[in-house]
Design a protein around this ligand. Structure first.
Ligand code: RNT
Ligand code: ZN
Length: 413
């Protein structure tokens, strides 16, 4: 308490309202990606992970069924301040029926809705266009064969209806994000036709008008996938233009750009032209590796842009990484807490003052102040936020995960 009070005074000294910052932070819902819990396996007993993405590592204890995944999510959320959302993929349907992806309905996700309702959580959704025999060639919505394309179009249409149902049931908007792996390993002879087919497929998918109060549609681009290195149908330019012309959201995954290109810099540009923007926050190490999100420079810079554009209610933040080499619950907790710390750090920054220095050309003072701010007592405010939300402060949550590993995860063999 004493530490918080003295930290508050220091922040007040530079014109920052700490209580207002804490209030804003507690309103931010981050979408926790369910797929970190089982290395993107899902419940279909289906094909191995495909689509040019990979989870590496073989840390014991991964969730093998809905009950285990839900228990693990509960454990993670007990160590993360606030109420958030769960991001589901279609391959996490819970059903005894044998139902292919083009036939999925809201009822196949009722258990998730119940789970979310009981806990006051929201849900987001993603059609799954990988790890399936019909995606074996690395082509889905842009496949030259109309029948295969149609299957995936129907899957995406089904997903939008499921997402709308989630939104209605939970009273919060549900983001339905379309990401496809489509691309070629080697230099294509025709870059245009696959993109034309993708465009037409998307037009078909979005033709059905659903309730925008409950459903938000987004499209996610990328640079390359493993085995699909030379050409990606759904590139950044493709979706940027598609989204702008068709009133759907762009989803920027910060692992999906060239190594020195940063998503933080894109945020204000996007927000000037779109009402809303969606993010997959991840950490790319040398490539789109999907490492756990750290409290690092780019995560902080992303948070700063969201906050100083006053866009906390316009940017839908989700996490996207899958590390199978460490305790999976730790991975979730570390990533979520770091995203929140980055937002808190941004909320405790005197943006007006800094912008004023930039405007008047006082670059020495700007640099000096920005650097001094780095050592302000953020941790004392963070601990206070954890206390307010009844979750462990500092590293004290690690013990809870270790106990859970000993009592629960270690028995999964
Ligand atoms: C893949 C995309 C995509 C997936 C998830 C599982 O490169 O980032 O978002 O990670 O849909
Ligand atoms: Zn992503």
């Amino acid at each position: 308490m004493a530490r918080f009070e003295s930290a508050k005074e220091l922040y007040q000294g530079i014109g920052v309202d700490v209580d207002a910052a804490l209030k804003k932070l507690s309103d931010v819902k981050i979408s926790l990606h369910c797929w970190q819990g089982d290395d993107v396996t899902g419940f279909e007993n289906a094909a191995a992970l495909s689509g040019g993405i990979a989870a590496t590592g073989n840390y014991p204890g991964k969730a093998r069924n809905p009950e285990e995944l839900m228990a693990d999510i509960d454990k993670a959320f007990s160590l993360i301040p606030g109420k958030h959302k769960i991001n589901l993929h279609a391959c996490y349907a819970i059903t005894d029926e044998k139902v292919d992806r083009d036939q999925l309905e809201p009822k196949h996700f009722e258990k998730w809705v119940e789970f979310a309702k009981q806990r006051g959580l929201g849900l987001d959704f993603n059609p799954t266009l990988f790890s399936h025999p019909k995606a074996a060639e690395g082509l889905t919505l842009s496949h030259p064969n109309r029948e295969i394309r149609k299957f995936w179009i129907d899957h995406c249409k089904a997903s939008r209806r499921i997402a709308e149902y989630f939104g209605k049931q939970l009273g919060t908007v549900c983001l339905n994000n379309i990401w496809i792996p489509d691309g070629y390993k080697d230099i294509p002879a025709d870059r245009l036709s696959p993109r034309k087919r993708l465009k037409e497929s998307l037009d078909e998918i979005f033709a059905e008008k659903l309730d925008a109060t409950y459903l938000a549609d987004s499209v996610e681009s990328k640079v390359f996938g493993i085995g699909l290195e030379s050409y990606t149908v759904g590139s950044h330019e493709f979706y940027l233009n598609y989204a702008a012309k068709n009133n759907v959201l762009c989803l920027l995954d910060n692992g999906h750009y060239h190594p020195t290109e940063v998503v933080s810099d894109k945020i204000p540009s996007m927000l000037l032209f779109a009402d809303r923007l969606a993010l997959h926050v991840t950490r790319a190490v040398r490539w789109d590796s999907d490492h756990v999100v750290l409290f690092d420079d780019e995560t902080k810079e992303i948070a700063k842009e969201i906050v100083r554009c006053e866009a906390l209610d316009r940017v839908l933040i989700g996490l996207d990484f899958f590390d199978a080499s460490i305790n999976r619950i730790s991975a979730w907790v570390i990533g979520m807490r770091n995203m929140q710390k980055a937002l808190l750090s941004a909320l405790l920054t005197p943006h007006k003052k800094l912008a004023e220095l930039q405007r008047e050309g006082s670059f020495s003072e700007l640099m000096a102040l920005q650097e001094e701010l780095k050592l302000y007592p953020l941790g004392d405010v963070w601990n206070h936020f954890c206390e307010l939300n009844d979750v462990p402060i500092m590293q004290n949550w690690i013990l809870a995960v270790q106990e859970y590993e000993k009592n629960v995860l270690s028995h999964r063999r």
